[in-house]
Write a protein that binds this ligand. Structure first.
Ligand code: NAD
Length: 518
């Protein structure tokens, strides 16, 4: 029997959604995933609501953007403290709206303080003015000034609603922007709490607006009123967002889907690789963009790996609990569970073998699905080429590093990869040949994702741009070039002919190269 945390009272939940404008008059029935019970009616925003939200964010941004960076960072320091103080409440909300197990929900809640802390430390260096030499030594120079874009649209998916909704908002705010956030209808509650905490920390009211609705209803107006869009979601929707951004000539960052490979080389520590593959395949019930769907194991260790992996998977605890017990929770919705099941059924119909799992678990809740390992998956199967985004892993054999790399790269995606070997040099050389924005050596994804100083994004059809690193802050700014000339010397002086001026210019160009002045 699932007992919902006492913190999630109807008053609390209704208080959270109050800030969402509901001009359409419609609501979305936001449910507790474990039970299907109604949590709250979420207002759905109209086009006029979205226009107004962007206008309010723009008005507040004019003030916020004029604050010294230190004052903005003071808000972020208080916010960091508040998130940690409220972490169990945030975890409750993430669990209720997404159905994930508590460990995963807690770990998601850690992403926001980690990212905030990184940018509190790094922003003064990244956003400061940079002086550059001008065309004429001594007499000229130029300054690169980082200006906020204005209003940033942030569109977040349901799989990590708090992390993608709030963590991506933080650097946009630190850079001086206002934000209009559009979470997924299913998972709007934890981001709404995050915005409330930002206001409690001293962020001006109105600076971050939250609008809700189905993506295709909200997207066009949202992008028409934004100066930048940060999108996280599927590759299919990413293309639509990219097109809209192009129409409005605004820049975008697109963090999209994956079909991520794990390579277990013949010298890998098999026990460690098996343990990691449990998280790689089934963490968040396989609903992590960086999780593993294709598991390639060297033929020398394949049988040992397969037998241990199947046994360890069968020992995993699945459950609808708000305690830290279960290893796996639910999928996010019945629709998504049906989609995952259709990939497994299609694979089986086309000749794949289920080594374990392969069935829904209605006894646990409406959207539970067993962790599933398949053998004999081929590219013509849905699970062979498309992102399944569920607890389903295909096992494959390879016989050389060369072959393993080729198989890993045989996909249109390039988000994450995992390489296992006890030879660090060999693993590095394999990693550099994998066409993927992130590669973890002897880990699945956390090491790359939590390395906040390094940009993290997708190659190929997995995305455009990156979050994290200096790039993850600078993308929310425009560079302004303020150039100063102390005396006009870039033209013939006095009665000097243009012939003489041209010769003099050529001599100076040569000299500046020689002296490395330019
Ligand atoms: P989705 O593309 O269906 O939706 C993502 C968000 O976009 C939602 O808020 C949705 O309402 C909105 N949306 C949908 N259509 C829209 C439109 N036409 N205009 C504007 N907004 C629109 O993706 P999803 O199913 O919610 O999320 C799962 C996908 O996200 C998976 O493919 C996963 O790999 C990917 N993902 C990627 C990352 C990453 O960092 N690369 C992180 C998390 C999830």
């Amino acid at each position: 029997m699932t007992t919902r945390p006492k913190t999630l009272t109807p008053e609390f939940l209704e208080g959270l959604v109050q800030r969402v404008p509901g001009g359409t008059g419609n609501t979305w029935k936001l449910t507790e995933v474990y039970t299907g019970d109604l949590l709250v009616e979420l207002p759905q925003s109209s086009e006029a609501d979205i226009e107004q939200a962007a206008a309010k964010a723009r008005e507040a941004q004019a003030v916020w953007g004029s604050w010294p960076l230190k004052k903005r960072l003071d808000v972020m320091k208080r916010f960091h403290t508040l998130v940690i103080e409220n972490q169990m409440l945030i975890t409750d909300l993430i669990q209720a709206e997404s159905g994930k197990n508590r460990r995963m929900a807690f770990e998601e809640s850690c992403d926001v303080p980690m990212g905030t802390s990184h940018y509190i430390k790094r922003a003064p260096k990244v956003l400061k003015d940079r002086k550059h030499a001008g065309p004429v030594p001594v007499l000229s120079h130029s300054t690169e000034v980082r200006r906020p874009k204005g209003v940033v649209a942030i569109i977040a998916p349901w799989n990590f609603p708090f992390a993608t909704g709030v963590s991506d908002t933080i650097p946009a705010l630190i850079a001086g922007n206002g934000v209009v956030l559009k979470p997924d209808n299913k998972t709007a509650l934890s981001p709404l709490l995050g915005i409330r905490l930002l206001e409690q920390a001293g962020m001006p009211e109105g600076l971050v607006q939250v609008v809700c609705g189905e993506g295709p209803d909200v997207g066009p107006t949202l992008l028409a009123n934004a100066d930048y869009v940060m999108f996280t979601g599927s590759t299919a929707t990413g293309r639509i967002i990219g097109e809209l951004a192009g129409q409005h000539l605004i820049d975008c960052c697109l963090e999209l889907g994956g079909k991520n490979p794990m390579l277990v080389l013949d010298d890998a520590n098999v026990d460690e690789a098996v343990h990691a593959a449990l998280f790689g395949g089934f963490g968040n019930s396989g609903q992590i963009c960086m999780h593993i769907e294709r598991l390639y194991v060297h033929e020398k260790v394949y049988d040992e790996f397969r037998d241990k992996f199947v046994a360890a998977t069968q020992a995993m605890k699945i459950g609808a609990e708000y305690g830290f017990g279960p290893d796996l929770g639910s999928l996010v919705s019945v629709d998504h569970k049906d989609r995952v099941a259709s990939h497994v059924d299609d694979a089986v119909a086309k000749g794949a073998t289920v080594l374990t799992g392969g069935k829904p678990r209605p006894d646990l809740g409406p959207a539970f699905y067993e962790p599933t390992i398949l053998e004999g998956v081929t590219q013509d199967m849905l699970a062979g080429s498309m992102e399944t985004f569920g607890p389903v892993v295909g096992l494959y054999k390879f016989s050389s590093d060369e072959e393993g790399i080729a198989l890993a790269n045989d996909t249109e995606y390039g988000l994450n990869a995992s390489v296992w070997s006890t030879d660090a040099k060999r693993a590095q050389s394999v990693a550099r040949r994998i066409e993927s924005g992130n590669v973890n050596i002897n880990d699945i994804l956390a090491t790359a994702y939590a390395s906040k100083g390094t940009p993290s994004g997708g190659l190929k059809q997995s995305g455009v741009g990156a979050r994290h690193g200096d790039q993850g802050l600078l993308k929310y700014t425009d560079a302004q070039n303020i150039a100063v000339l102390k005396k006009q010397v870039m033209e013939p002086q006095g009665k000097q002919t243009y012939d003489a001026y041209a010769k003099q210019t050529q001599t100076s160009l040569k000299l500046m190269r020689k002296l490395r002045l330019r």
